[in-house]
Design a protein around this ligand. Structure first.
Ligand code: ATP
Ligand code: MG
Length: 270
């Protein structure tokens, strides 16, 4: 093992080598998404970079990422780093690595400067954006897009913030959160993001990430109609929760087969 490489990274490398060897040995096998592009989503900093670079803004709305900061080590440096970066409390602390393990989903909300010292790097600190307690899960399967509403963390008022202190560890919201589709929600918050905006976002992300099977968590900033933030992107999420998943997947796989057949037919002509 080379110095500076963790066992997990080493296994990851070995796994990629095996996949690459298999791909080269079996040119007829279709690779849906390349392993390197998938790995890009395993780090909460790099996962949102594509959205940040895109700076998507049109007449339908604006899509960005919450202001964030990466802390690699040393919790004692956090308060100063937060001040320098101009991040406003409360902050969501997320483990830097998002590898699907239970640990990587242990998120917390830090309300005050002192509580920042209790956090455990490596992590990403993200400004908490009030969003009316509802988030949108946007599923991408090739060209197809499906959106569902989910309950999320409630807003934190200025008054509440001034009275609160400490680190609040919160459970995995997406597991507990039932569908918010039938709930009696504020229509301004519950309204799905405009379709044309989602289509542009999905198209740019497919291209930028080089992936076809992923989902994103999007929130609408409270008090706005058209200000959106992407807070999370996952590779191959639980598609069982996506409406019409059987049809969407069948169409996706069929379209891939058809384009492969066309390519082969063209290659045979020459
Ligand atoms: N910047 C933010 N502002 C407001 N709420 C946030 C923010 N980041 C995360 N949350 C809340 O925390 C929840 C979990 O965050 P996130 O999706 O990043 O973590 P996760 O562990 O990858 O979750 P999962 O994989 O279950 O979706 C979100 O669903 C949302 O309710
Ligand atoms: Mg999420």
């Amino acid at each position: 093992m080379s110095l500076g490489t963790s066992p997990a990274q080493q296994i990851g490398k070995e796994w990629r080598r095996i996949l690459e060897e298999y791909r080269l040995g079996h040119p007829d096998v279709t690779v849906l998404d390349p392993p390197d592009a998938i790995l890009h989503l395993r780090n909460r900093q790099s996962m949102l970079q594509c959205v940040a670079d895109m700076n998507l803004s049109d007449s339908y709305g604006r899509v960005g990422v919450p202001k964030q900061l990466v802390i690699k080590r040393d919790a004692s440096s956090i308060p100063e780093a937060v001040n320098e970066a101009g991040l406003r409390l409360p902050l969501v602390a997320k483990p830097l690595v998002a590898d699907g393990s239970a640990k990587s989903h242990e998120l917390s909300l830090a309300y005050d400067q002192n509580s920042l010292l209790k956090l455990e790097p490596p992590l990403v600190l993200q400004e908490f954006v009030n969003h009316g307690g509802v988030l949108f899960k946007v599923y991408i399967v090739g060209e197809a897009i499906r959106v569902v509403r989910r309950f999320s963390l409630p807003d934190v008022s200025r008054r509440e913030l001034s009275k609160s202190a400490g680190v609040f560890r919160f459970p995995r919201v997406s597991c507990a959160a039932a569908s918010a589709d039938d709930a009696d929600l504020d229509p301004n918050i519950a309204e799905l993001p405009p379709r044309p905006l989602l289509e542009r976002l999905a198209k740019e992300l497919r291209r930028g990430l080089g992936l076809r099977l992923f989902n994103l968590d999007i929130i609408r900033e409270h008090g706005t109609r058209d200000r959106f933030y992407v807070i999370d992107i996952n590779y191959f999420p639980g598609y069982g929760k996506m409406p019409e998943y059987e049809h969407v997947f069948t169409d996706f796989l069929l379209s891939i087969m058809q384009s492969q057949c066309k390519k082969r037919a063209l290659a045979d002509q020459y």
